[in-house]
Design a protein around this ligand. Structure first.
Ligand code: CTP
Length: 402
């Protein structure tokens, strides 16, 4: 359930901070990815080194770090998670959250995030029972922040009462429960194509295109997070395999079609790959040599199968939803509308891939969503956000559980 989920864990300064290390281990064991923000207080109880070693990720500590900001700004850090967890959450951070402070990296991210937030408070019993804390907790709850604990028991300060951090296993259960309610694609199977294809000329040369695979991989990842059984048929890319996704790595367009066909039946197929339209008719068995050949070389090319059109036009066992992408450099919507009709797919996600847009290889995308009812233009957003938005629409269409 947690495979591929992205957790932003904020560790604030409480003696119970050592338990957050156990939480990280448990999350990692379940294949979740965990990024941590360690506050100045948190640093007094656990070291950045321990957190980095357990998460396998850089630890974020300073809102004014030039390196951190240039690698990943605090806004992106706050939004590139599926869930933000504050554990342990001190009385101080609860007060800051309730009052909208943005005085350090943790509070800035908590104010900037558009993702669900869960807090696991930990503090002395009197601090917990103080009217100020209780009012802050009520405010946070009313804004949709979920709470795990605190629990009752003996405290590090030798007092007894409410205020102990919930056990890591209970925080983990709350996180699992949170995501358990967020898997509208559970029980659905979806195939995604991604990346370029390479069409060989001879054993050492090939024809390819500029696709990085970022958009297709992001879609597979987002679908898996929503609970779909996701198969990613990918051409050669430099990207890591997304968590929770079954990979089928191919090289050519012919292999891409075969991999898709053997992966069927499916509820949905999303063709995000930039498939080569032609392949070399007679691939040379040996490396073509310059010596003794003419100044020019003519390659005879034949058309490749069209994966999207083949699946869209299946007469038996057609998936309920087939989505194509249209990479265009001019008259984007007009060409894409015609492409949707020609190929017979249900939706087309059209984007402008002219070099000046930086779409190929870049991290953001401006897309137009075209279906039988018309066109909707989405604002420019990151490829991850395009993937999330598209996946939620797919979930709605396939009518999985809410
Ligand atoms: N596609 C495919 N198989 C192919 C060619 C394209 O599955 N052999 C899919 C792509 O994955 C994409 C859609 O078709 O979802 C449109 O791809 P695009 O390259 O924009 O269109 P083409 O069909 O190649 O048309 P053209 O190059 O003439 O614009």
């Amino acid at each position: 359930m947690l495979a591929g989920k992205r957790i932003l864990l904020i560790i604030t300064g409480g003696i119970a901070a050592y338990k957050s290390l156990e939480l990280i281990r448990a999350l990692k064991k379940r294949d979740a990815s965990v990024r941590c923000i360690l506050t100045k207080g948190g640093e007094q109880f656990v070291t950045p080194m321990s957190v980095a070693a357990l998460t396998g990720e850089k630890v974020f500590q300073n809102v004014f770090s030039l390196t951190d900001e240039s690698e990943m700004g605090h806004i992106e850090l706050s939004r590139s998670a599926d869930l933000v967890v504050v554990a342990p959450a001190t009385a101080n951070i609860l007060a800051q959250m309730a009052n909208g402070f943005a005085s350090d990296l943790a509070t800035t991210c908590l104010l900037a995030t558009d993702k669900p937030v869960m807090v696991a408070p930990a503090m002395n019993v009197r601090m917990w029972e103080h009217l100020a804390t209780q009012a802050n907790v009520a405010t946070l709850k009313s804004r949709g922040v979920s709470m795990v604990g605190p629990t009752e028991g003996a405290m590090a300060c030798n007092e007894f009462g409410m205020g102990r951090l919930a056990e890591p296993t209970d925080i983990l259960a709350a996180i699992e429960n949170h995501f358990g309610n967020e898997t509208p694609l559970a029980g659905k199977k979806i195939i995604v194509t991604s990346g370029p294809t390479h069409e060989p000329i001879d054993p050492v040369r090939y024809i390819a295109n500029h696709s990085s695979g970022k958009q297709g991989h992001a879609i597979a990842s987002a679908l898996a997070r929503l609970g779909a059984e996701t198969i990613l048929v990918s051409g050669p890319t430099n990207l890591p395999d997304p968590a929770g996704v079954e990979m089928r790595k191919i090289t050519t367009a012919v292999e891409m079609l075969q991999a898709c066909e053997t992966s069927l039946p499916a509820d949905g197929v999303i063709c995000a790959a930039a498939v080569a339209d032609w392949r070399v008719e007679n691939q040379a068995g040996q490396k073509l040599k310059k010596e003794g050949s003419e100044d020019t070389l003519a390659l005879s090319m034949v058309q490749n199968p069209d994966v999207l059109a083949t699946i869209s036009q299946m007469s038996v066992g057609r998936p309920s939803l087939v989505v194509g992408f249209a990479a265009e450099t001019e008259k984007v919507i007009e060409h894409a509308v015609a492409k949707r009709q020609r190929k017979g797919c249900d939706w087309i996600v059209a984007n402008d891939v002219s070099p000046e847009t930086g779409t190929f290889g870049g991290d953001s995308n401006l897309v137009h969503m075209i279906d039988g009812d018309g066109t909707e233009t989405w604002p420019r957003m990151s490829k991850d956000e395009v993937a999330n938005k598209l996946s939620l629409q797919i979930a709605q269409f396939l009518g999985g559980k809410e």
